[in-house]
Design a protein around this ligand. Sequence first.
Ligand SMILES: Nc1ncnc2c1ncn2[C@@H]1O[C@H](COP(=O)(O)OP(=O)(O)OP(=O)(O)O)[C@@H](O)[C@H]1O
Ligand code: SF4
Ligand SMILES: [Mg+2]
Length: 368
Amino acid sequence: MSLEAELEPGAPIERDGGPLLEVDHLKVLFPIKAGVLVDRKVGFVHAVDDVSFELRSGETLGIVGESGCGKTTLIRALVRLIDATDGAIRFRGADITRSGRKDLEPIRREMQMVFQDPQASLNPRKRVSQILATPLGMRGVAKGRMQEESHRLLQRVGLHPEHINRFPHEFSGGQRQRIGIARALAVDPRLIMLDEPVSALDVSIQAQVINLLDELQEEFHLSYLFVAHDLSVVRHVSDRIVVMYLGKLMEVSPAEELYSRPIHPYTSALLGAIPLPDPNENRARDRPTITGEPPNPIRPPSGCRFHTRCPRATEICRSVEPQLTEYAGGHLAACHHPQHVTAHEIAESTRSPTSPASAGDEPPTADE
Ligand SMILES: Nc1ncnc2c1ncn2[C@@H]1O[C@H](COP(=O)(O)OP(=O)(O)OP(=O)(O)O)[C@@H](O)[C@H]1O
Ligand code: SF4
Ligand SMILES: [Mg+2]
């Protein structure tokens, strides 16, 4: 069966109750080239390095990590804007990892992206009506109904329909992001990848845009991959959260559990970086922090990639990559010396099949 047939509109959202999106040992390595006359590959940027997870229908999965850890590369690979080096991507059960342009057309309608910088992602020379016309056309909206549909969309994202003939620069940052959301919604997608959708906005506007995304998810049965660089933004929107570091998954957890019981030291450090509203409490609290910049992704550290900055690192961390270990409740963490777990929980834990192939078999050890 062709991909087009497999993914025909109206086909069941989940096949056999399976996940909407499956990411299976995905790698994206960018070659580094050198040489004047002949390009030689002299290394690779390990942007996404053996990453596996699933997204269920209607779920919001937060993806968090410091700048350069591979979040944007990951979602660009998932929407097939860049090619995967290895691994597989399945959407509604169909393998789309190496699908050609024509096969990807139906998928492009179902998976949309909203970018961090609405200013840069909207064509400054196009009016809102023109920006919305292309995706509405993709959905099969006839020319005669275009204006009515555009008005409906603008209203739905909280903009005045009478502003349809304005250019992007005539709107505020928050309003521009609403146009970006309307553009994504116009094709009637199932999945929206949100790449830091509120990072460029003022805090008060952030909350409004997040509320809008929340309402739209409910109304249109959307699934979201929600990328952010800090854990405060994704807390209230995510069902589960993935924590990335230097191209690898460090922890995957139901959202609330990640905040109350971070197992990985890197997650604790990210939590410690969230400022408290009260400056006095902020100064007084004793929190784990990390210093310095993440290492170079061209030569990532051996063993656990976080070992050069981790306060708990020991010899094994420097030589053996930790497996992704599955604890109760679907909570995964890749750490030899996990926190907030008992010896009993460690004894009950198992190696996750989503562990990178390069990870060792050593089970985690309990605190002394
Ligand atoms: N086209 C490219 N060629 C080479 N290296 C790239 C390319 N795109 C990204 N990279 C590198 O891949 C790594 C991951 O980049 P990516 O943009 O995915 O990170 P990010 O987590 O989205 O960061 P940020 O929070 O700053 O947006 C970085 O080291 C980046 O420099
Ligand atoms: S494996 Fe070792 S270095 Fe890595 S996070 Fe755990 S304790 Fe730290
Ligand atoms: Mg990014």
